[in-house]
Design a protein around this ligand. Structure first.
Ligand code: HXC
Length: 265
């Protein structure tokens, strides 16, 4: 089976430096893998030291490039400033920030504690702001900066048990548009990817456990879950020269899931 990444030249991202939050696992691990494989210098950050060290070692081994693993919590603005400085110290510059750190669980609105709601907002939304703000000067210096926010399609409709994540991801999409407008003058683009159901991710394990996964596939026009590599390919495209006139846009990569009504036939 060919990889969606095969269409890109093996040095498509040579000379780029990327910082990827949430890069220890799942979709953002896949983006880190793709960026490194295509020649970028990559740093991944997560609050869990053992996870990030293990993933950085695996990615270095898999891609043949030295991937930098950094410990930091996106909820902590000072930590993200330190992380940014560590990336610059190691690689000399920074061109791309991928905001992928996220938290989620299923919870009914009436039973969700205020702290549960706040925690997801702090990781997804405030974390995206903190990280973007921390890298602004570096991206401006790059002259070819990109903030790439990973959101979702939850908030396009009312999604049961997801009030916290929906509110957070709606805010993330707003950040994508605002930064495009404010930072375009500094040579910085701001784009988003809204993945639909993606297999082999922590999110799908949490949101569609067991039989629910098979049932969920029936509502996807493509008839299957997406793959991590398909999201990584979208990220490479948005980072590439092919997308230099795209900013403020959130690319939905979901096999048609969010536009499909339940079939009555
Ligand atoms: C209800 C819950 C809960 C649950 C936690 N809380 N899990 N409430 N149901 N299952 C509540 C806690 O009771 C607490 O509130 C508050 O949330 C904070 O919990 P902590 O465990 O102290 O927070 P923390 O250690 O910071 O952990 C953050 C987390 C955790 C989000 C709760 O699950 C996490 O670290 N997740 C990271 C990995 C992850 O979620 N990946 C999936 C991302 S998928 P109280 O009131 O008790 O103090 C994704 C995709 C979205 O984002 C789109 C999908 C289509």
């Amino acid at each position: 089976m060919p990889s969606p990444l095969d269409v890109f030249r093996s040095d498509a991202l040579a000379g780029h430096v990327a910082l990827i939050t949430g890069g220890g696992t799942g979709i953002c691990r896949g983006i880190a893998h793709a960026f490194a494989k295509l020649g970028a210098d990559v740093a991944i950050v997560s609050r869990k030291a053992e996870v990030i060290a293990k993933t950085a070692e695996e990615l270095s081994h898999e891609t043949g490039r030295s991937v930098l693993g950094l410990v930091g919590d996106v909820r902590d603005a000072e930590a993200m400033a330190r992380v940014t400085a560590e990336v610059i110290a190691k690689f000399g510059k920074l061109d791309t920030l991928v905001n992928g750190a996220a938290g989620n669980f299923l919870a009914p609105a009436a039973a969700l504690s205020p702290n549960g709601f706040k925690t997801v907002i702090e990781i997804d939304l405030i974390g995206t702001f903190n990280s973007s703000r921390a890298v602004f000067e570096a991206l401006r210096t790059s002259g070819n900066g990109l903030v790439l926010n990973i959101s979702a399609t939850l908030h396009y409709h009312g999604t049961p048990l997801q009030i916290h994540a929906s509110a957070a991801k709606a805010g993330v999409d707003a950040i994508t548009r605002n930064l495009a407008v404010e930072w375009g003058q500094f040579g910085i683009r701001s784009c988003g990817i809204a993945p639909g159901p993606i297999g082999d991710t922590e999110g799908m394990k949490r949101l569609a456990p067991g039989d629910a996964a098979e049932r969920a596939k029936k509502g996807i026009p493509a008839g299957r879950f997406g793959t991590i590599e398909e999201i990584a390919a979208a990220a490479v495209f948005l980072r590439s020269p092919a997308a230099m006139y795209i900013t403020g846009h959130v690319l939905v990569v979901d096999g048609g899931h969010c536009i499909a009504l339940p079939s009555i036939l």
